[in-house]
Design a protein around this ligand. Structure first.
Ligand SMILES: NC(=O)c1ccc[n+]([C@@H]2O[C@H](COP(=O)([O-])OP(=O)(O)OC[C@H]3O[C@@H](n4cnc5c(N)ncnc54)[C@H](OP(=O)(O)O)[C@@H]3O)[C@@H](O)[C@H]2O)c1
Length: 208
């Protein structure tokens, strides 16, 4: 077993060099945490630690595992995101931002390697029954028990999602078309703005 603090450059480097040296079939970037408070009231070091773990570790460990996977034309990377990736809620600003990063990063890298035998999945948990809530400051006892998913069910759904070819896997959603539509709308927005080199009329001095 390799023990490392992925919140530090040294810890990430240790794991990254191990990933590079070994044959890796499946990398699950699961480590992550959230502290729920306004940005102005959160210790800057906590915000920094969230970005280091939730973002930098995902990027650096994915980058370390990919060359070997591409060489063997086989391998899977599952990056654990969150439903908050789609919901920039007050008191969740940094956590939500890091998880939105995970989704976009994973989707883009998947497109980069999809024809080379390597798969990526962004896993989107809702509320999962873990110790996460002790750290985030959420009182899950006030939440109906039926809202909480068991970690084993989430993990099983993620693996089934891989078989189904789901790049963005949302086990709690009944309708996968809801995911596809939401993601398509985001892409449509970018396509629309990138093809117009002039500000819209409402920004013209004459409109003010
Ligand atoms: N629980 C939820 O409702 C929920 C919802 C959406 C997304 N998520 C995401 O799911 C993932 C797993 O969280 P969880 O719910 O299982 O929370 P958890 O019970 O608090 O577990 C967090 C995991 O991350 C590891 N970890 C934390 N800091 C680390 C560090 N600096 N270096 C290395 N490992 C570290 C922990 O290892 P140790 O135990 O060794 O400290 C533990 O295995 C996270 O990415 C989280 O953001 C959770």
């Amino acid at each position: 077993m390799l023990v490392a603090d992925l919140g530090t450059p040294a810890g990430r480097q240790l794991v990254a060099s191990t990933l590079t040296a070994r044959t890796i079939d499946l990398l699950v970037n699961n480590a992550g945490f959230g502290v729920y408070a306004t940005v102005a009231e959160t210790d800057p070091e906590v915000l920094d630690a969230m970005v280091q773990l939730n973002v930098l570790a995902v990027v650096q460990l994915t980058r370390a595992a990919l060359p070997g996977m591409l060489q063997r034309r086989a391998g899977t990377v599952i990056n654990v995101a969150s439903g908050l990736a789609f919901d920039p809620t007050p008191t969740r600003a940094t956590y939500s931002g890091t998880k939105a990063f995970v989704v976009n990063f994973t989707r883009a890298v998947h497109e980069e390697v999809r024809d080379q035998g390597v798969r990526l999945q962004a896993l989107i948990p809702g509320l999962i029954r873990t110790e996460f809530h002790d750290h985030s400051g959420t009182d899950v006892d006030t939440v109906p028990a039926s809202w909480l998913m068991n970690p084993a069910d989430l993990a099983g759904a993620s693996l089934t999602g891989l078989e189904l070819g789901e790049v963005v896997c949302v086990p709690a959603l009944l309708d996968t078309e809801q995911v596809a539509t939401a993601l398509r709308r985001q892409s449509d927005l970018t396509q629309t703005l990138v093809t117009n080199g002039a500000p819209a009329d409402r920004y013209l001095p004459s409109a003010r």
